[in-house]
Write a protein that binds this ligand. Sequence first.
Ligand code: OXD
Ligand code: MN
Length: 584
Amino acid sequence: MATPLETWVDQAAKLTKPDRVVYCDGSEAEYQRMIAEMLRQGDSFTLNEKTFPNCHLHRSSPNDVARTEHLTFICSPEKDEAGPTNNWMDPNAAKHKVGALLDGAMRGRTMYVVPYVMGPVSSPISKVGVEVTDSPYVVASMRIMSRMGKVAMDRLGASNEFVPGLHSLGDLDPTRRYIVHFPQEKLIWSVGSGYGGNALLGKKCFALRIASVMAREQGWMAEHMLILGLESPGGKVTYMGAAFPSACGKTNLAMMVSALENQGYRVWTVGDDIAWMKISEDGYLHAINPEAGFFGVAPGTGMKTNQNVMGALHKNTLFTNVAMTPEREPWWEGIGSDAPAGLTNWKGEAWDPSKGTAAHPNARYTVPARQSPSISPKWEAPEGVPISAFIFGGRRARVAPLVYESFDWQHGAFVGASMASETTAAATGDLGITRRDPMAMLPFCGYNMADYFGHWLEMGKKIPKPPKIFHVNWFRRGADGKFLWPGYGENVRVLKWILERVEGRGAAQETPIGYVPAKNGLTLDGMKIANEALSELLRVNPEDWDAEMEESRQFLAKFGARLPRKIGEEHEKLARRFQRVVTA
Ligand code: OXD
Ligand code: MN
C-alpha cells in the first residue's frame, strides 16, 4: 500500500507532469549529481578547486534575486485570519490560479522528492517536511540547509506527519510567480522562482510561516531568531535568541569573534536565523535551530565582520550571485580586498564598476553549519538549549538606544510588537525606508499578527522561567551621519550587560522605555569611544519617542479590535511614563 508520502508525491506528479520522479537519499554522490546537472544547465560554475574545494557558484535569473513578499500569500479560509500585514488569497482561488501554473510545469524535467528534517534528527522538537522540486540547485541547497534524504525517510516511516511543499521553477516569469501557504492544510506551493526563501521551502515557508501556525495551535514558538551561547569566565554558557529583520546582522552576531575573549567572554553559534522553542521540564524555554546550514548575505561579510564564517566558506559551499575573480574565487563588496582586475559580475559579464556592484547586494553563501569554528557543541542537542534572554533589534539611525531592557514579559512583547527597521536588499522593494517589523516576523508570520501577539502574551503566562526581553540598536548615527557604535565583535559588550541583567546584576538606569545601561554599566575597556558618543547612544530623547509612539500607534491600529488589549495598554503606559518625565 502506498504511504501518505507516496500518495502525495503521486498527486504532485499528476499535476506537474515531470518526465521522471527521483527520490533523494541525501548522499554525497547525489549532491555531486545535482552539481553536475547545474553545471550542465549552464547557470552554475565550479570554483577554484585548490582554494575552494567542492565550492560552486550559481547565478540566478536576474529577475529572481530576493524574496518577493508581494507575491507571497497566506491562504486561510478567512481574510481576517491572515490579518492586515499578509497578502491573502482564498484557498480555492489559490489552488485554481497557482494550480494552473503548476499544471504541466515539470514537463521535460525531473521531479526530485526531497524529504527533510527541520532540526536535529532525534529531537522531539524537530519536524519532517517533504519538498518536491524541479530545481537541482534547490536540492543541493536543501542538502546543506536541512537533514535531508534517508534520515528524514527513516524518521517519517509510514506516518502522515510531514509538511508537503510543491515547488517548480515554472518559467521564472515574475508575473507568474506565487509563493502560497495553506495554513489549515499545512501545505506550501511555490512557482516561478528558484531563489532562497521563495524556493527552499524548509526555511521561511515551513520553519516560519507554517510552523508559526503549528506553534500557536500546539503551544510553542517558531521565531525569526538567531540562537547564541555567551560563555562567561568559568565556562558557563548562557543562551540568547535574537530577532532582527533580514540582513541586519543576525549571522554576524551569532558567529561573532568576541572583543572580550581575553576576559573570558566568547560567543557560540547554535543558529543564525530561526528558532523553534518549547517549554521544557526545567521551566525554561528550550530552543533548537531547525536548519543545518547558513544561507547568509555575502556582501559586507569579511574577516573584520565575520571571521568565523569566512573560515567556513572555503569548502563545500554554494555561492549565489557573487562575483568571480579570474582565479575562479568568489568576490563581493566588503570581502576585505580590493576588486581584482578581470572580475566577472554576478550576471556573468565583465564587471564595469560604473554599472553597479560586482556581487548582487543580496548575494548569498550556503554553507554547512558544522563548518563554522564557532559552532556550539550543543547545536544538535535533541533537548535544545535553555533560553535566558530574547533580544529584538533593527536598523534605526535615531530613536532606539544601543540597548534597553523591558520591564517584564508583557512590556517586552509590546517592544517586539512595535519594533521597526530600515529596509535592506533581502527582499525586493525600496531600500532604507523605516518599516514596522514586529518581532522581525512581518514577512514570516503565517496568521494574523494580532493573534500572534496574543500567542506571545499567552506563552509569557506559561513559561515558568521566561527569558528577559531586551532591544538593541547597533545602527544609531550621530549628527554627522556616522555610526556611533563600532558593532561586530564589540557587540559582545552589550551581550555581557544583558547577561549581567539576566543574573540580576549590571548597572542600569530606569527610563520611560525600560532599563538602559548606567554610564558605568557597559564594559568599555580596550575600546575607544568618546563620552559624547556614548551619551548619545544611550539617550532616550522624548521628542524622537513622541514621533515613534505616534507611528507605532498607527501601525497597531491596523489590527483593530483584534489587537490584544494588553498590547494597547502597554502603549498607553509608555506614553504615561514619558508624560511623567516631561512634567517632572
Ligand atoms: C533570510 C531572510 O534569508 O530573512 O534569512 O531574508
Ligand atoms: Mn532571515
